[in-house]
Design a protein around this ligand. Sequence first.
Ligand code: NAD
Ligand code: 6OD
Length: 486
Amino acid sequence: MKSHLHFINGQFVPSQDGKTFEKHAPVDNQLIATVAEGGASEIDAAVSAARDALKGDWGKLGTDKRVAMLHAVADGITRRFDDFVAAEAADTGQPMHVISHAFVPRGAANFKIFADIVKNVPAESFMMDTPDATGALNYAIRKPKGVVGVISPWNAPFLLMTWKVGPALACGNTVVVKPSEETPATATLLGEVMNEVGVPPGVYNVVHGFGPNAAGEHLTRHDDVNAITFTGETRTGAAIMKAAADGIRDVSFELGGKNAGVVFADCDFEAAVEGIFRSAFMNTGQVCLGTERVYVERPIFERFVAALKARCEAVHYGRPGDAGANYGPLISAEHKSKVLSYYERAMAEGATLVTGGGVPAMPVDLAAGHWVQPTIWTGLPESASVVREEIFGPCCHIRPFDSEDEVVGLANANRYGLSTTIWTENLRRAHRVAAAIEVGITWVNSWFLRDLRTPFGGSKQSGIGREGGVHSLEFYTELRNICIKL
Ligand code: NAD
Ligand code: 6OD
């Protein structure tokens, strides 16, 4: 059994009061780790180490050496690729191919790409006229914000945590990470890599623990934290925003979604079925960008529903390493009961169940795991809670539509605005509909495909701010203007 300690000032340490909590495997609910449970004193120690590192070796490193060090971190992740995959698989129970193709490689990329961006981004400057005709030079310099609090969720833990830590460090900040209590392993393992490649103590700190009235909230309320970057539920974002208001600290939020998939009759049918299947059911539906509302143009509606049903009924449940396993459990018993409560609610609201709707029969060794069936409904009004609220499970509601205007209206009639996936072979329509849907990112004939140099974030209640490429620099640095009279 593993024991995950905090990583503070370059050292693995238990909580001062010795408190721990248990981590159980999603696949079979077996105890797999004890985790140090941090509170105010661990957050204080981590923030103080992070502050000292800013004033010490890290702060004095210079861009070239910092960039080289972050490349070494990326290489260190790649060197220990199998350890990261195994740790993420144990914590999440998701299929190996999802973790090893999508999630862990992104962890390494998150360090490399932002290091390169920071090295290459030019500074802004303007020559201005002055009354005495000598002129003045105005130029902006970028300074790190300082100590950045990183609070991350459990659904793609390593990808989402490094997506914040990579740019924060590239910009010269130091970080205190509070990973999700459900997925402590990869954040801890990254501490080993930081030490292996010589990142100075205090630059990367991890405090494990819970959110409200616990490590997470202490981090958001800490006076010496300069900025907070958070990925998670919208209502948690609201709580963090209130906490950050006290110190007038900057926030960047990537929050929930209730994303629409739009399938036009002229789509490449097989590709659209596969694309919507992936977007609704990959990672057992636990992807913020996932599709829980599907709108299909009426001429292909029945055929599309039948094809997606067949695809769902062909999934192979299993442990991450099992041969052929391509569908994992939900993260926890708590999340399973939330998802199942929506399955019940859908039926109470009058849905037609196309497939799923419950718990699959599992072999005895997996019976205690958090398994639920991939589920499709039709026939609900847009006012149904299952169509309006984020479930974050392997399920979607499918509704027919008759016109472009109608489907744009349907897609936009939601408080969230994170992503859309549109399936059509009509290029003009693709551009038109993509521009009309109120979301941070729209995919056309694809899903979850993105150049990391592009902006990422949510519209409406799906987030505040944009990260990615140079946009991350807006959050992780402070611009200062210098005006020199010539
Ligand atoms: P969550 O909001 O419950 O928890 C996220 C993190 O916040 C955890 O580390 C948790 O301990 C911490 N936390 C909880 N309450 C806190 C508080 N009051 N103060 C400080 N920290 C607190 O989210 P989750 O259940 O871990 O993740 C699922 C949610 O995340 C979904 O809503 C999903 O859409 C969203 N998400 C969004 C994106 C995006 O890019 N927009 C990406 C992934 C997940
Ligand atoms: O690709 C990303 O950078 C990103 N933040 C993905 C979010 C996935 C949500 O589950």
